[in-house]
Write a protein that binds this ligand. Structure first.
Ligand SMILES: Cc1ncc(COP(=O)(O)O)c(C=O)c1O
Length: 370
């Protein structure tokens, strides 16, 4: 076990560490919203602090689980399997990250195989490795729908992790894609985990959860990005009741329960969420700017329909390119760790900087590649 952890790499951190040393560097690297948590949420936390503090239920405070189901039930097709959720279908976690780790630790045996999209959010690989699982990345969709490679990989795996809207490309699954993937995993008997932390940031089309089409499925969510609350570390798992019982045991071993005050603040944020719509319209405007500018530069990229990332191909090895670009004044994340097909891509985050900063960063990029 120690050897396994010792071999892990946190290579993307190298970018932020280097960028931190360059004061004027435009930060288009980390997925940290440029918005702070609204004042009324902070005020609520202060108010609650004056009351008695204690552990909460292992599952999380019931009122928060209720607020989460209200949000989940507003999705176009809710999961798992399109059921009308109730608080017993939810467990609160320390961010989506602990939610994901809890699923891996409670549902998989060592050496079970996990299928990931190519490209995908890098910590899925790290969590698989820490948990002793093998993982394979395949491109999930092409213009004909679910790829043959994805079908083959899902057939031979215990679990498939999907993410919509996606980090790093901003792809949003269409209803047809969600249905095809969900039904395929259902037929194959492969557990489907859907990470939907960006579902409030969809600019074109609608959010569809593949878990609405798969009996054996789990939804992962959090307030981190959607409610500008990354530091509060509140996330959740939605599943049928039986897996929730197993999640509880793993969570008991890891954290006991999520912090009380942060749960109470999250209830307030989820139930008073007009700031989410405001942020979405700002992100949409930034998305349009980034889109237009990258197109003008002649770069190849998929237009992001959601999340706050874009993943252009810059035609150069991404690590040396990104390290060099920090010296020139803009920090972006190299594509290589996101998957085998992304050696020459870079991830640009338009959630973390103002329009003016984004334009300045893109001026530097344009000058470099023209
Ligand atoms: C796709 C995806 N899932 C999960 C997370 C982690 O969310 P949290 O901060 O709630 O742990 C992130 C954070 O960047 C993410 O991009």
């Amino acid at each position: 076990m120690r050897k396994r952890v010792g071999d892990l790499s946190l290579s993307i951190r190298k970018i932020s560490e280097k960028a931190n040393k360059h004061e004027d560097c435009v930060r288009l690297d980390i997925g940290q919203p440029s918005f702070d948590t609204p004042e009324y949420v902070k005020e609520k936390a202060k108010e609650e602090l004056s009351k008695e503090q204690s552990y909460t239920s292992l599952y999380g405070i019931r009122e928060l689980r209720k607020a989460i189901t209200e949000g989940e039930n507003r999705k176009e097709a809710v999961g798992p399997m399109g059921i009308d959720l109730d608080p017993e279908d939810v467990m609160v976690t320390v961010g989506a990250t602990q939610a994901l780790y809890t699923v891996f630790a409670s549902m998989l045996s060592t050496d079970d195989k996990v299928v990931l999209d190519d490209p995908c959010w890098v910590p899925y690989q790290t969590i698989s490795e820490v948990n002793g699982n093998s993982w394979e990345q395949v491109d999930f969709f092409d213009c004909d729908g679910l790829t043959d490679g994805a079908k083959e990989a899902i057939d031979g795996a215990e679990m498939v992790v999907v993410n919509t809207p996606t980090n790093p490309t901003g792809h949003v699954m269409t209803r047809e894609e969600a249905r095809e993937l969900g039904e395929y995993a259902d037929d194959a008997g492969t557990l489907l985990v859907s990470d939907e932390v960006y579902h409030r940031f969809v600019y074109d089309g609608k959010h569809y959860s593949p878990t609405a089409y798969c009996e054996n499925s789990i939804v992962v969510g959090s307030v981190s990005k959607s409610h500008a609350m990354t530091g509060w570390r509140i996330g959740w798992l939605v599943a049928h009741k039986e897996p929730i019982e197993d999640f509880k045991k793993v969570s008991r071993a890891m954290i006991g329960c999520p912090p009380r005050i942060n749960q109470l603040a999250s209830i307030h944020a989820i139930r008073n969420d007009k700031h989410v719509d405001e942020m979405r319209s700002v992100y949409r405007k930034r998305r349009d700017i980034v889109d237009r500018r990258l197109e003008d530069m002649g770069l190849e990229f998929k237009e992001p329909q959601g999340s706050f990332y874009v993943f252009p191909d810059v035609g150069r090895y991404s690590w040396s390119f990104c390290l060099d670009m920090i010296e020139k004044g803009v920090a972006m994340v190299p594509g290589e760790p996101f998957g085998p097909g992304s050696k020459e891509n870079v991830r640009i985050c338009f959630g973390s900087a103002t329009e003016k900063e984004i334009n300045r960063g893109l001026d530097i990029l344009e000058e470099e590649i023209s």
